[in-house]
Design a protein around this ligand. Structure first.
Ligand SMILES: Cc1cc2nc3c(=O)[nH]c(=O)nc-3n(C[C@H](O)[C@H](O)[C@H](O)COP(=O)(O)O)c2cc1C
Length: 156
């Protein structure tokens, strides 16, 4: 089974987990990069006018730079992100709209400041092909080891 770890990371925490997961799963790696990178000011959720809050409130799509080469080749697609507002950041919605994952298995992973996965998967479902199957979803600590990630992959 060929797999790819896709991820968005605004400040690098999810990137570390994604890189170790790709090793643990023997998977390719694809970073979901917004066309316009997030600055520290963009992420300041305590400011009501910050980009993150405007995107959230406006349910805005976040244009993505670059595409997965040969998406058709993959059977299992990992999708990783930081938890934002108890769910996935809007850029993940955009990613799902742009990439038809019909027929693929999906495993979600995330990092957060304390929230768990909550209803993250349910909230993403409307943007996902009905023929894609979410087979797992797990929150990891920033320090999650390759061994811990390997154990999770074995349960999928
Ligand atoms: C806009 C925004 C919203 C966030 N919302 C939550 C949240 O609802 N719950 C939580 O535990 N952490 C929240 N966080 C914290 C991030 O999930 C956490 O810092 C994460 O590990 C960052 O990952 P990254 O470095 O890959 O971007 C939020 C962070 C930002 C910037």
């Amino acid at each position: 089974m060929k797999s790819i770890v896709t991820y968005f990371s605004a400040s690098g925490v999810t990137r570390g987990v994604a890189e170790r997961l790709a090793k643990a799963a023997g998977a390719d790696l694809f970073e979901i990069v917004p066309e316009k990178p997030y600055t520290a000011a963009d992420l300041k959720w305590t400011n009501p006018l910050a980009r993150c809050n405007r995107e959230k409130i406006g349910k805005k799509d976040v244009p993505i730079a670059g595409k997965i080469e040969d998406l058709a080749a993959y059977d299992l697609v990992f999708i990783g992100f930081p938890i934002w507002y108890y769910g996935a950041p809007n850029v993940i919605q955009t990613f799902l709209k742009e990439n038809d994952l019909a027929g693929k298995k999906i495993a979600l992973f995330a990092t957060s400041g304390g929230s768990d996965m909550g209803k993250t998967a349910e909230k993403l479902a409307p943007y996902l092909s009905p023929e894609a199957e979410i087979i797992g979803g797990k929150l990891f600590a920033p320090t999650a080891s390759e061994e811990e990630l390997k154990q999770w992959v074995a349960t999928l």
